[in-house]
Design a protein around this ligand. Structure first.
Ligand SMILES: [Zn+2]
Length: 497
């Protein structure tokens, strides 16, 4: 009698200890960035004319969207059974009016899991591996985010689809009802999303409208083969919905859609194969994009969509881009870079009348310079705070980033001096702006690389706790076995009476 009580008590104590050892370090050492308003440099920018919202945004996450579903790209598996997997209506619209589109090949960070990828679009940061644990409990994000900034600026944001986004940012996105995301056999899962988004587009009273479509991903998991009819039909369904949105949005709304990750031929994802990491970010705007109207050839160097550099962009680059498009401060922990390709056709102020104004537009360049500079300040500020909080980086790593930042600042100041001296029409100005933006991009890249490849201390402590826990567990089991074998337990008095 006494003995079983003793074992129960010891087991309960062990369970408590396990829980404590596993989760306490995570909460103790995680950097918390919820109080960001005073840290957010962009809120201190008083030149409000730069922050005129440029467009409204309808944003669609297409779960499991592979890049090769777009345009004329050969399927990455070289499997003829997948040749027909294309967004056919979308591709037709693209080739008819390419000036209305910008298409990026986007690289998903690892692991390619929806629960980790989706919040990235909104925070501009790469979640730590440790947050896999908390993510499944869908804890609200404490980080600064695009939805949070929308909320602070009294903008109207709506959402429908997979609950992840809503659960991460519960206070900031208005939604209709909860959509269950775990029944992978349900091919009707996107229908309520279509209905809701349709309704909101018709009402046309939003600043930010977001949807997360699940059917494509579900059908991949469900059939475990991308060549299945179900996947093919899901692609057709996504295609139909996207083109429908393109037709329905007004002239001031930009439609942006993106995949959270790709999928392997067997319908799964999570790893780092090109099939899983190659996804897309696509924008559609009826009035077109500045990149196609602007003839300063140098600026092409900073454009990164497939028609320019065929470069890969990161999913987190969407975060500062959304901020700039909607006139919001960039989220505090953003490490992404602005996708300059997505600047819409419109009036950029102050107008500068250059003698050969048909060949370039100085006002647009000034806007790019300004926005990229703000992003540089933001990214650098985050990096400094992150480094101070965790002391993760070596002196050399830190100095390298610091040097890139100083160079970007020097170039920005040089361009600014030219503006002060009314030299915006001169060639040297265009050259300097391009260089300054290139430098900003380099800085973001470097910081993203460093932060995403350095294991934070919280994770190290977590693994240490985990190892200790396993050792204690093993000792406990051995002790129990030993006591039973030797029958010494009858004399054990160390537990509660
Ligand atoms: Zn997914």
């Amino acid at each position: 009698m006494l003995t079983s009580k003793a074992f129960i008590a010891a087991t309960v104590a062990f369970a408590f200890f396990s829980f404590y050892a596993l989760f306490y370090p995570l909460y103790m050492t995680q950097l918390k960035f919820h109080d960001t308003s005073d840290l957010n440099l962009l809120t201190q920018d008083n030149s409000t004319r730069w922050f005129e919202p440029k467009v409204k945004v309808a944003f669609v996450i297409v779960d499991g969207l592979r890049f090769d579903y777009l345009l004329n790209y050969e399927n990455i598996d070289h499997d003829p059974a997948l040749d027909n997997h294309k967004l056919k209506k979308f591709n037709k619209a693209y080739f008819k009016k390419p000036e209305r589109f910008v298409v990026f090949r986007a690289l998903a960070d690892l692991p390619t899991m929806t629960v980790l990828r989706v919040p990235c679009f909104m925070t501009g940061n790469v979640p730590r591996l440790g947050s896999v644990l908390t993510a499944f409990g869908a804890l609200p994000a404490e980080e600064d985010s695009v939805p949070r900034q929308l909320y602070l600026q009294n903008k109207k944001s709506y959402f429908s689809g997979d609950p992840i986004l809503k659960e991460y940012f519960p206070k900031y996105l208005e939604s209709d009802y909860k959509i269950g995301s775990f029944n992978i056999g349900d091919w009707t899962v996107d229908q309520p999303v279509h209905t809701y988004i349709d309704k909101k587009i018709k009402e046309n009273n939003f600043d930010f409208l977001a949807a997360h479509l699940l059917r494509l991903d579900h059908m991949g998991h469900n059939t475990a083969h991308l060549a299945s009819h179900q996947v093919f039909n899901a692609i057709k369904d996504v295609d139909r919905f996207l083109v429908h949105l393109m037709n329905k949005i007004d002239n001031n709304t930009m439609l942006i859609f993106a995949g959270d990750h790709g999928m392997v031929k067997g319908g799964s994802h999570g790893g780092g194969t090109p099939q899983e990491t190659n996804t897309a970010i696509v924008a559609y705007y009826k009035q077109g994009f500045m990149k196609y109207q602007h003839n300063n050839r140098r600026l092409k160097k900073i454009m990164r969509s497939i028609n320019e550099t065929d470069d890969q962009v990161h999913q987190i680059d969407l975060t500062p881009t959304l901020s700039m498009l909607m006139g919001l401060p960039t989220p505090f922990s953003n490490m992404g870079q602005i996708l300059n390709d997505l600047y819409p056709v419109g009036d950029y102020l102050p107008q500068v009348h250059c003698p050969n104004a048909t060949t370039f537009d100085a006002a647009f360049e000034m806007q790019l310079l300004h926005d990229n500079h703000l992003n540089t300040l933001q990214v650098w500020n985050y990096f400094k705070k992150y480094h101070e909080g965790q002391s993760l980086f070596s002196h050399q790593e830190y100095s390298q980033v610091s040097y890139l930042f100083q160079q970007a600042e020097a170039l920005y100041k040089a361009a600014q001096t030219m503006i002060d001296q009314s030299q915006q029409c001169e060639d040297v100005f265009h050259k300097t702006v391009t260089k300054a933006i290139k430098q900003s991009q380099k800085l973001s890249n470097q910081i993203h690389d460093l932060v995403s490849t350095t294991t934070p201390h919280d994770l190290v402590i977590f693994w240490q706790a985990f190892v200790i826990l396993v050792l204690v567990g093993i000792s406990y089991v051995l002790l129990v076995q030993y006591l039973y074998k030797t029958k010494d337990y009858e004399h054990v008095t160390w537990a509660f009476p």
